[in-house]
Design a binder for this molecule. Structure first.
Ligand code: SF4
Length: 262
C-alpha cells in the first residue's frame, strides 16, 4: 500500500504549466491520426486501429501524452490508449462483463455485490479511455444518474442499513465538479451508518492537476473515513507532476493516503 508513496518521495518536483484540470481535459487528443503523428509513429498504426477507435473512442489528455516515448510503438503507456485491431477479435471464454456486474445491478447506478459495501456509478465518462477497460461495455446509458436522482441512492442505503462503505466509481467519479462531489458527500455524511467513502479514480494519474484546492477542501472537511484509490498501471506513469500531486494530497489530507493508497 505504501510502495507508491515511497516512489513519490524520491522523485524531484519540476515546474509545470498553469492549466486547470478541466482545461487539460478540453485539450485532450481525440484523433487517432493526430496521436500517431504527434508521437512520430507509422501511419499504419492509425489505419489498423480505426475500427477499435469507432467502437471505443480514443481519448488521451496531454499531461499523460507527455510521458509516452516519441517514436516507440511499444511504449507501455501508449499501448494502454492506442486503439488496436486485436481489441476487435473474439476470444473464446472472454466476456463483456468479466465481473458479472449485471447480476448485481439492482437499480440505476448501483452495483451491490457485498453486504457492507455499495458501488455507485457516478458518471460514464473518464479523462482517458483505457483500451483494456473492463467497463467499456457497461450499460452506462441505463445507469446514468441525473443530479436530482442521487436521492435514489440515499433511499437504497436507508433500505440497506448494513452498508457502511460507499465506493464512488464510474467512469471516473473525479470527472464531476467538486461542488457536486461535495454535495454527494454531505448527503452520505447525513447517514449515520456510513463510515467510509472510497473514491476510485485514474484522473489524478493522467491529469495530476486534478488534485486541486477545491478537491482538498471537501475531502479534508469530511467526517467520513475517505480512501483515495488511484489507478496506476506502470512505473512510467509516475512522473514529477504526479509526485507533486501526491505530495499535496499527503500534506493536506494525510489520512486519505495512509489509509489506502495503491
Ligand atoms: S479511467 Fe478507468 S473506467 Fe475509465 S476507461 Fe480507464 S480503466 Fe476504464
Amino acid at each position: 500500500m505504501n510502495t507508491i508513496l515511497q516512489i513519490f518521495d524520491v522523485i524531484p518536483i519540476h515546474t509545470k504549466n498553469n492549466l486547470s484540470w478541466s482545461q487539460h481535459l478540453s485539450q485532450a487528443i481525440t484523433s487517432l491520426p493526430e496521436l500517431v503523428e504527434h508521437l512520430g509513429l507509422p501511419k499504419s498504426l492509425a489505419q489498423q486501429g480505426a475500427e477499435a477507435h469507432q467502437s471505443f473512442k480514443l481519448l488521451v489528455p496531454r499531461p499523460y501524452l507527455s510521458r509516452i516515448e516519441y517514436g516507440n510503438p511499444n511504449d507501455p503507456l501508449l499501448l494502454q490508449v492506442l486503439p488496436s485491431l486485436s481489441e476487435m477479435q473474439k476470444v473464446v471464454g472472454y466476456t463483456k462483463d468479466p465481473l458479472e456486474e449485471a447480476d448485481h445491478n439492482p437499480q440505476k447506478a448501483i452495483v451491490h455485490k457485498y453486504k457492507r459495501r455499495l458501488l455507485v456509478i457516478t458518471t460514464g465518462t473518464c479523462a482517458v479511455n483505457c483500451r483494456y477497460c473492463f467497463r467499456r461495455h457497461f450499460p452506462y446509458g441505463e445507469n446514468q444518474l441525473a443530479q436530482a436522482e442521487w436521492e435514489s441512492v440515499i433511499d437504497y442505503l436507508k433500505a440497506h442499513p448494513d452498508v457502511n462503505e460507499v465506493i464512488l466509481s464510474g467512469g471516473d467519479p473525479l470527472m464531476m465538479k467538486d461542488s457536486l462531489l461535495a454535495d454527494k458527500l454531505h448527503k452520505l455524511e447525513a447517514l449515520p451508518q456510513i463510515k467510509r467513502l472510497r473514491i476510485h479514480s485514474r484522473l489524478p494519474v493522467v491529469i495530476p492537476d486534478r488534485v486541486c484546492d477545491d478537491m482538498l477542501t471537501w475531502i479534508t472537511a469530511s467526517r467520513l473515513d475517505i480512501v483515495m484509490v488511484w489507478h496506476i498501471n506502470h512505473a512510467n506513469e509516475v512522473d514529477a507532476n504526479l509526485a507533486q500531486a501526491a505530495d499535496k494530497l499527503k500534506k493536506r489530507a494525510s489520512p486519505c493516503l495512509t489509509k489506502g493508497y495503491y
